[in-house]
Ligand binder design. Structure first.
Ligand SMILES: [Zn+2]
Length: 328
């Protein structure tokens, strides 16, 4: 297993070089899947605006309260699980300026792998946000100099910030490259300043149902689902993680679509976590290269299942979108 992972890491430079040109800004990298219309001008007072910043990093803003999911901006240029990685202040500064994040009320972290949790504590320190995540995410935060949170998502599932009511729902991680979950287990002590990538252990996975003035938005970052996990929940919009979905079979995709999209009766599905997160956010997003993923196949399986509804669309990078008109 280790040898295979090292090999995969070493292959990366070649593969990235072979992956072809990046998609021009503003155009969908997946033919047939449109990008949502941008908000131009001022948002109507109190309306919910969302921005996407790659992987499952999403900002929700109603003009009074701002909620960030994950907040991963460093996007270290490696796939090697033994590489030492750390938050990059320049990358974080660029992203939060471009997204207009001068203050934040909360950061909700889906799980503790580096592509979700690595920058969360640094962004919390810069913006004054409350960090909401697992005990493992708390140990990343303590390692970065934040005080230990009084509660984690293991203790409490309902969180309120301004007019946002958020339900935290345990949700399994997608199957990995080798059929086993990647970097399993907990981070059970504060992480050092520059740990190896594999030290960012998963620490349990979570989805977030965000309710705002009657609108229900589900952020489901990782392509796995337990039977019935959304039995009691409905959502107008689902941000659907498709990382590694293209490497699974049709039955897996059927179950995943059924549990997350059909059970919630979503009207709009927005695929996320399809982009190559070793590329910086100063460049346009590009789908993750093989063998790390097959996002074109993952997107195709989603397009096929959405043929008779719900609507399927992508988020633009950084630009604001009004959520409510997008589902009408
Ligand atoms: Zn993960």
């Amino acid at each position: 297993m280790r040898a295979l992972r090292v090999l995969a890491g070493g292959l990366c430079a070649l593969l990235v070089a072979a992956a072809g040109p990046a998609t021009p800004a503003g155009r969908s990298p997946f033919p047939g899947v449109p990008t949502l219309e941008l908000l131009t001008g001022q948002a109507p007072k109190g309306s919910l605006v969302v921005r996407f910043m790659g992987t499952s990093t999403l900002l929700f803003d109603d003009g009074e309260t701002r909620i960030l999911i994950d907040g991963f901006f460093t996007r270290s240029e490696t796939w090697n699980p033994f590489a030492r990685i750390a938050p990059d202040p320049k990358a974080i500064d660029h992203a939060i300026r471009r997204a207009g994040i001068d203050r934040l009320d909360a950061i909700l972290v889906a799980h503790s792998h580096h592509d979700h949790a690595m920058d969360s504590a640094d962004v919390a320190l810069l913006t004054g946000a409350e960090l909401v995540g697992s005990r493992s995410t708390a140990n990343i935060a303590v390692g970065r100099g934040l005080p230990r949170p009084r509660q984690t998502v293991e203790d409490r599932k309902a969180w309120t910030f301004g007019r946002f009511n958020i339900t935290v729902i345990p949700s399994p991680h997608s199957p990995s490259l080798f059929g086993r979950p990647l970097f399993e287990g907990e981070i059970d002590a504060p992480l050092p300043q520059r740990p190896r990538m594999k030290a960012y252990r998963e620490g349990g996975g979570y989805s977030f149902l965000i309710e705002h003035d009657g609108l229900r938005v589900l952020v489901h970052p990782s392509a796995g689902a337990s039977p019935g996990q959304y039995r009691r929940h409905r959502a107008d919009v689902v941000f659907l993680g498709i990382g590694s979905l293209g490497k699974q079979g049709g039955r897996f995709a059927d179950r995943y679509w059924g549990e997350v999209v059909q059970t919630t009766q979503a009207r709009l599905v927005i695929p996320i976590h399809w982009d190559d997160f070793t590329r910086p956010l100063t460049e346009p997003l590009r789908p993750t290269p093989w063998p790390f993923d097959r996002p074109q196949a993952g997107m195709k399986s989603v397009v096929e299942r959405a043929r008779n509804g719900p609507r399927l669309a992508l988020m633009p990078l950084f630009d604001p979108v009004l959520v409510r008109p997008a589902i009408l």
